[in-house]
Design a protein around this ligand. Sequence first.
Ligand SMILES: Nc1ncnc2c1ncn2[C@@H]1O[C@H](COP(=O)(O)OP(=O)(O)OP(=O)(O)O)[C@@H](O)[C@H]1O
Ligand SMILES: [Mg+2]
Length: 274
Amino acid sequence: MIEMENVVKNFKSRERNPGILSSVSSLFFPKYRIHKAVDEVSFQIGEGELVGYIGQNGAGKSTTIKLLTGILTPDSGKIFVGGLNPSRERKKNAYQIGAVFGQRTQLWWDLPVIESFLLIRSIYKISDSMYKENLEHFIEILDMKDILKTPARKLSLGQRMKADLAASLLHNPKVLFLDEPTIGLDILVKEKVREFIKFINQKNKVTILLTTHDVGDIEALASRILLLDSGRIQFDGEIDSFHSILGDGHNLNELEKKDLSMVIKALYRQKAKS
Ligand SMILES: Nc1ncnc2c1ncn2[C@@H]1O[C@H](COP(=O)(O)OP(=O)(O)OP(=O)(O)O)[C@@H](O)[C@H]1O
Ligand SMILES: [Mg+2]
């Protein structure tokens, strides 16, 4: 369903040194620095899988998701989502995917939530029956009846995340990309969101790629994890191998388990040993 083969994405940024002289010189002789955000990444995700995409800040997770949604174009390598090339067939791809970026909303800022939903209905040409069925269903499981008339800008983070999740799924996408969908949520809302993600994956058979810094998300949801470090995949495996690292006797106490970066270090330690 999702396929990446030797994908590279570089960002070019202008090098600036402090001081007026170097500012002037960089105006005439700009120096560029190339940063490999995604470096020869390859993986395949089958239909109906729910994969956790983890890695430290700046590892390249969001860049990967932007490549898969077609927001960014790769410098080299092949990308297919449901058989489509996301950057070349961006519009067609949009009909088969949903995406939630936890750090920003896709809702219209000043419009009541329900108006955003109605706009999405017309943009994606969603049939009345499908719209009604999905909306009723999402309102019920996400417990969001009370927020439909509230403008997005007035929503709390948790309310906004629920609305964003519902918005991304109104058109019944086959694939869902979730970039930190539980960031900043309290434990109750987090659990509700996790339950919802699980439901969408298991009952609606939506293929999901989820990035998170929360070990709890991984534990509750993912059956497989991909670990990215400095743009490179360092681990691709079943959750069981992850569990064995989290388990007792692996020098990880309860406190450390909550911190994904500790878990990542433990994964490295295990890799170095084997
Ligand atoms: N538009 C851009 N222009 C230049 N550099 C960028 C751009 N977007 C991302 N980068 C750089 O690419 C690298 C990967 O960024 P990315 O956002 O993919 O990381 P991430 O794994 O999602 O991190 P986080 O966990 O903090 O969200 C970082 O070094 C970042 O500074
Ligand atoms: Mg990110």
